[in-house]
Design a protein around this ligand. Structure first.
Ligand code: G3P
Ligand code: CA
Length: 269
């Protein structure tokens, strides 16, 4: 297949299910990772945030408004920030109906429930610490929970877990606390700045419009903290032509709401 041959390392990029298979099931719910599992997709991406009472939950926006019925259940609590609600309150919310009637009853998962399901599905996780500046100490707390869930064993760390963030300080903290964990920086630092990131990042993960062949070459030319060439995962690509294009530029991963479509295109089936 054309895309696979164009990749310098000879492997087609891995398709990562963005917020789960979120074109087919409500994002960041257990249904979304189960949908990915049914499609045979190993890697899923999520977003971690924290409740008022300090529990870690899986949600993309800082507010519950877009992806739950919080406005109906708690009409007086605008702007419905997750950090203003306890877990007990969040557990009352429906995180599926906005997407489709058949998903009524889906919940905002706790990190613990989410990890159990990823494990049950035998999947791997690209975990994003989202807006960590809102949640002091979330790095250490997340690592503690991952450890108690059995996700910091050497086989999980080597093969099944990557932590990413738009926040470079958060990645430095994760790397300092657990240097064995792979990390990815969400963004596209200048080529001149890449060596600084290579001290604590294993991946550079830019938006797809920023990916050029020269940039991919520059990323691949550096070794990360684990003495392996840096990888580049790009987001969010659902369109087959764009997936084929970035695969041809040599990216290592494509983060997508349609992991089946992207996988089939890049694997040439
Ligand atoms: O995984 C990359 C992507 O998730 C970053 O953007 O806004 O979807 O978290 P966002
Ligand atoms: Ca994300």
């Amino acid at each position: 297949p054309a895309a696979a041959q164009a990749a310098p390392h000879g492997q087609p990029p891995v398709a990562v299910a963005h917020r789960g298979a979120s074109s087919y099931a409500p994002e960041n719910t257990l249904a979304s990772i189960d949908a990915a599992a049914r499609l045979g997709v190993e890697w899923v991406e999520n977003d971690v945030q924290r409740t008022k009472d300090g529990e870690l939950v899986i949600l993309h926006d800082s507010s519950l408004a877009r992806t739950t019925n919080v406005e109906q259940v708690f009409p007086d609590r605008s702007p419905w920030n997750v950090s203003d609600f306890t877990l007990r309150e969040i557990e009352k919310l429906d995180a599926g109906s906005w997407f489709g009637r058949k998903f009524k009853g889906e919940r905002v998962p706790t990190l613990e429930d989410y990890m159990d399901e990823v494990e049950h599905n035998d999947q791997s996780l690209l975990m994003e610490l989202k807006s960590p500046e809102l949640y002091p100490g979330i790095e250490r707390q997340t690592l503690k929970e991952l450890r108690s869930e059995g996700w910091l064993t050497s086989s999980h760390v080597k093969h099944r877990l990557i932590i990413q963030s738009f926040n470079a300080d958060t990645l430095k903290t994760v790397h300092t606390l657990r240097p064995d964990i792979r990390t990815g920086f969400l963004g596209n630092p200048s080529v001149a700045d890449l060596p600084k990131f290579a001290k604590y990042c294993d991946q550079i993960n830019p938006v797809h419009t920023a990916v050029t062949r020269d940039y991919v070459t520059a990323v691949h030319g550096l070794k990360g903290p684990h003495r392996r060439p840096l990888d580049l995962y790009t987001w969010t690509v659902d369109d087959p032509a764009t997936a084929l294009k970035v695969a041809g530029l040599g990216v290592d991963g494509i983060i997508t709401n349609k992991p089946d479509v992207v996988r089939d295109v890049v694997e040439g089936s």
